[in-house]
Design a protein around this ligand. Structure first.
Ligand code: NAG
Ligand code: NAG
Length: 447
């Protein structure tokens, strides 16, 4: 329903755009035809490294013979060209390295994974393991250009810091530039831009965050309290080791900028995946006319919030349960933050419009509702917690029981061909049969 409305609304906007077609100020960049991406070879790679602040090299297989695959290759090249064009004058160079023709250069530069993009900054190499689109790449490269440590000085910056609950963040309190700050800064360079490092030299900011001099705190995503890194002062290696040990969060959000890296970091061949659309209750104040005319009475009733966790604006333009389900998920993550076995990948389908239909088909899901399940990363086989009854999101306790069953292997992707004999002792839930024979729209809801 929401999508219908977005369509109608976008139709309206299109109408407006056509009406005022002569106006300027919204011009998407188009590739201007000028080649900016270098064909990297033994002769030019050293010069390129010296010339640019950042050098991005795409390591690829030799040009395929088939026309279709060539087109795909050209599309990748075009993404790089457009990125290079948009970021022109930023001191970023772009190049292609052929795994066969330029094998020697690849070896010298340490390029290993074909199809990956490597970014050289000073004497470091950062691998980009995300969605290869110009939007994502531009954002990523601008992040890499920044200083790896951001200073927190004002109350406003502090508030912004406190709102970044989806990110892994470290913050340290130091005397000044010439102090143990140096070790912190060096550690930060190894994780840029994936892990955010903040520092303050300001006593009141430190006091607000309960930081002692030379102390470093580590904020896991969605946790309320930070962990304090043991020891003071800390060396670069102390910090690096702590981050490496703790960087797989109990609840982590899938992001375009490192989605493949996240997906490759599975738990013994599986992921626990939660789909939920999030919306910030503050972002969409409800236009009253939408209330009256668009939503059916049933939806209106749901807007009369008895659960009281947010203002009435939270459900507008969003599926009713995504927000609530996420709150439950965060509760469970907070309760289990010390379990190293557990990491839940949260995917907001709104962030991946191109993948949504693929997921719905592969996992046989309706992503308009929140879902949680287990996915085998070898064959994408999956089982999903039955939450088909709209009013019936699991409680944190039920969700925890289910997760326990997943971790112990009692709920898994391999058993679902067998007849479900023992369904009755799964109180309140049952792994959904993912075979085609089961029609998800079938109405057999008796409980
Ligand atoms: C909304 O909630 C109030 C108080 O909880 C209740 O009195 C009222 O009847 C509810 N309205 C609807 C439409 O459910
Ligand atoms: C995942 O699927 C593969 C291939 O079907 C299977 O061999 C493997 O045991 C599965 N892994 C888990 C953890 O279920």
């Amino acid at each position: 329903m929401r999508r219908t409305w977005l369509w109608l609304l976008s139709g309206l906007f299109l109408h407006l755009v056509l009406f005022c077609g002569a106006e300027e100020g919204l011009e998407f960049p188009n590739f201007d035809g000028r080649d900016r991406v270098l064909d990297v070879s033994e002769r030019n790679y050293k010069k390129a490294l010296k010339r640019y602040d950042l050098l991005c090299l795409f390591y690829h297989e030799p040009l395929p013979a088939s026309k279709g695959l060539q087109k795909r290759f050209q599309m990748t090249e075009l993404v790089l060209e457009l990125t290079a064009q948009v970021l022109e004058n930023r001191g970023i160079g772009f190049g292609m390295v052929d795994s066969q023709k330029d094998a020697k250069v690849a070896r010298k530069l340490g390029l290993e994974e074909v199809g990956s993009l490597y970014v050289f900054k000073d004497d470091r190499v950062i691998e980009f393991d995300g969605e290869l689109s110009a939007d994502t790449l531009v954002e990523f490269l601008l992040d890499v250009l920044e200083d790896p440590v951001e200073m927190l000085n004002t109350a406003m910056e502090l508030r912004a810091f406190e709102r970044m609950e989806e990110d892994i963040r470290l913050i340290g309190y130091f005397k000044g530039e010439d102090s143990y700050y140096k070790a912190f800064q060096e550690a930060s360079e190894r994780f840029q831009p994936y892990i955010k490092f903040f520092a303050t030299f300001d006593k009141s900011v430190a006091k607000h965050l309960s930081l002692k001099m030379n102390e470093v705190n580590f904020y896991e995503p969605f946790m309320e309290e930070p962990a304090i890194l043991p020891g003071r002062p800390l060396s670069e290696m102390d910090i690096v080791e702590f981050v490496n040990q703790h960087r797989r969060a109990t609840l982590r959000k899938l992001r375009a900028e490192n989605m493949f890296e996240t997906w490759e970091d599975d738990m013994d061949g599986i992921h626990i995946v939660a789909f939920a659309e999030e919306e910030d209750p503050g972002l969409f104040p409800p236009p009253p006319f939408l209330f009256c005319s668009c939503f059916p009475p049933l939806f209106l009733q749901r807007l009369n919030l008895s659960s009281g966790y947010s203002s009435s604006s939270s459900f507008v333009l969003s599926p009713p349960d995504g927000y609530e389900f996420l709150e439950i998920l965060k509760d469970v993550a907070r309760d289990n933050t010390n379990n190293p076995e557990l990491s839940i990948v949260w995917i907001d389908p709104d962030d991946f419009p191109l993948l949504t239909t693929y997921w719905e088909k592969t996992f046989k899901l309706d992503l308009f509702r929140p879902q949680i399940g287990v996915v085998n990363v070898t064959d994408a086989d999956s089982v999903w917690l039955d939450m088909s009854n709209d009013e019936d999101l699991p409680t944190p306790e039920e969700l925890e029981d289910w997760i326990e069953d997943v971790l112990s292997g009692r709920v898994n992707t391999e058993d679902d061909d067998e007849p479900a004999d023992d369904q009755e002792d799964l109180d309140g839930y049952a792994p959904e049969d993912s075979s085609e024979s089961h029609d998800p729209d079938e109405e057999d809801g008796d409980d």
